[in-house]
Design a protein around this ligand. Sequence first.
Ligand code: GLU
Length: 547
Amino acid sequence: MDMKKLAEILIPDKDLLPPEEYENIYPERVRDGKAEVTRLAPSPTGFIHLGNLYSALADERAAHTTGGTFYLRIEDTDEKRKVDGAVESVIRSLKYFGINFDEGAEIDSPLNNYGPYYQRQRAKIYRSFAKRLIEQGLAYPCFCTEDELNAVREEQTAEKLITGYYGKYAKCRNLSSEQIEADVKAGKPFVIRLKSQGSTENKILFRDAIKGEVTVTENDQDVVILKSDGIPTYHFAHAIDDHFMRTTLVIRGEEWLSSLPVHIELHKVLGFKPPRYAHTCSLMKMDGGTKRKLSKRKDPELSLDYYRKAGYFPKAVVKYLMTILNSDFEEWTLKNPDADYRDFKFRIEKMGKSGALFDLDKLNDLSRTEISKLSERECFEFLKSWVDEFGTEKDKAHFKDKDYIIKVLALVMGVGGKKRRKDIERAEQGVRLIDYFFDDTFAPVYNYRFDGQTVNSVIENFAKVYDPADDNSVWFAKVKSIAPLVGFAAEMSDYKARPEDYKGNVSDVAEILRIAITGMPNSPDLCTIMGILGKDRSVERLNAAKI
Ligand code: GLU
């Protein structure tokens, strides 16, 4: 059979470059020997999840701790699953977590020398290589229909054999060139398959950058390399792309480990040296005492949008993922509490070999710690960026007054002071916490522990003497002065000695005033709150709080 003629019939495209040309178009990158070239290669399905972030962080760290390059390639060969805006969403989500690409799809970079970065735009490259493989007798057309393939699978399953297209089941392997020509002329749809040279009798020793030495069985399956629409499968496309984009390290989920023998064979027949592979383990969670994979259906925390909407502090999520990526990261942060996580020496070899446990409680804990370390300006920026995207119209209006918010935050969160609030893990909690400083979101619950006459008398008497110019001690002296007027003890020692002589004590006076001003029995320093609200609003609140 004249293979050249056969290849021409199957792939008649006139504008294909010879495969060798691509070696010149995409030359080896100029890089330091240790510098890794990594990539994130998502399918644009619109669902970007924690697993993507986990993998992207490993890619980004592997590249940037070695002075290498991290790029974005879009694996859009499956037209049906494509979602508009998915690429922007990947970039935006990763950027939110501080992970930036150096090169790639939709990245404005002078380094974009290895594109196009969308697989659909690289069809000619794949077709040129598929054509060459046909010429070499290493690939062939297959006209089997879905029904025929199903029938073969059923037969194999019944006989407890490995399913697939191989050996005697590879019916189209030995079609004559006349038959092929006739079928193509008749317009029968076909795929192009690899003509595997392997045998399951042989084992291959392979070195995974994470899992170490793994022995796999050689591939003997005639896998599809070009689908009937002429578009490549993942196997074929990734081998060509990682070669010509000069990837040095492929970090991907362990679900691809079973396809590794196919990938090893593809690199071999294509004449490429394979990149190093690193198969990451899946993110797991504890569920009722058992470990299971995080699931899109059951676990909202798998979606990255979950963290953005809830307002997690992005760096806390990243630092938490770092603790899963490299187990010595946690110890390092304890020794270097104020250091940037980027200063840590990330190493792919230190990644866990089996199921990484994702623990939301631990993440919450880290988020609380990170938020408690923010400066006034950082805290404002963090809450504002959440408000801009997810806040109510009222929140947005409140955050226009930066000076006021910063004063409020300094008090409520203890920002900048010694007594930092450590119970805020998400922006939304922080934003709700300051609602009572704004008249349109002030929703008081006047839950006093004393009768109306006592409450009103405390409020009226305090309103008479209140002066915003008073410092804390004068302010408190005034609160004390109200106590005897309503039958309360001004001194705690008096109250403790003879509680039966009093209706209450000075701290009960303060509580009544606190409920009146904030609508809650607990709050930060009331004198400071009244100072922030100002005289008019404070007096207005006192008057409105009488019962
Ligand atoms: N497009 C593949 C996926 O989304 C990428 C796998 C890889 O990184 O090679 O699963």
